[in-house]
Design a protein around this ligand. Structure first.
Ligand SMILES: [Zn+2]
Length: 198
């Protein structure tokens, strides 16, 4: 996959991806949005790219109608490089639960322009979070199943964070949210100078 410095993209794209800009999370902590993205020429290509044995790139970048039109209707598409690490963790989770793991539409990467988290940081904008709605035959829509799988996800390591079951802010009652914090991946051949060196 080709890596691009999003600071070199068109002003229109930069306005949507906001590379390197700070976003505050619900607690007021500020985080720097990713700058280096994989460039995906077509949706067909995303469906072909296998990040791990069981996770295709397309699964982690499918979005709903609340996403900015240019993000998912206009080629090429961009996704933060951390998505490859996220897939590795999902693969580890899949191995531990020993069953297929289903990520919801819009449950992987969401751009900073997505209506759901407009102007509010979430690891989804780093491609470092996934919303899982089903594991094998089990739908994650009850306290029992969500807590059961949350425990397994947390057993992977201290860097894995899950949102608790509940109906309030920062809680979920119809899926399991897993994230790796504001994980940023900068491939070794990238230049972090500012202004960018195209
Ligand atoms: Zn989530």
């Amino acid at each position: 996959m080709r890596v691009v410095d999003a600071l070199t993209l068109s002003p229109k794209r930069r306005a949507l991806l906001k590379p390197g800009e700070f976003h505050a999370d619900p607690n007021g902590n500020r985080h720097r949005l990713p700058r280096f993205f994989y460039e995906i020429e077509t949706w067909a290509e995303a469906k072909q790219i296998k990040l791990t044995a069981h996770f295709f790139l397309s699964e982690l970048m499918s979005v709903d109608c609340r996403e900015a039109r240019a993000i998912f209707r206009q080629a090429p598409q961009y996704i933060p490089c951390a998505v490859s690490v996220l897939a590795r963790y999902l693969e580890e989770f899949r191995a531990r639960v020993d069953a297929p793991v289903c990520v919801s539409v819009n449950g992987g990467y969401r751009s900073p322009a997505h209506a759901r988290n407009l102007n509010r940081a979430t690891p989804h904008q780093w491609a470092a979070a996934a919303d899982i709605y089903r594991v094998g035959e089990n739908w994650l829509d009850s306290q029992k199943t969500i807590e059961r799988y949350a425990k397994i996800a947390e057993s992977i390591g201290p860097e894995v964070h899950v949102k608790p079951f509940g109906h309030g802010a920062g809680e979920n009652d119809d899926h399991l949210h897993i994230d790796l914090g504001y994980l940023t991946l900068i491939p070794g051949n990238c230049n972090e100078d500012e202004p960018p060196n195209p």
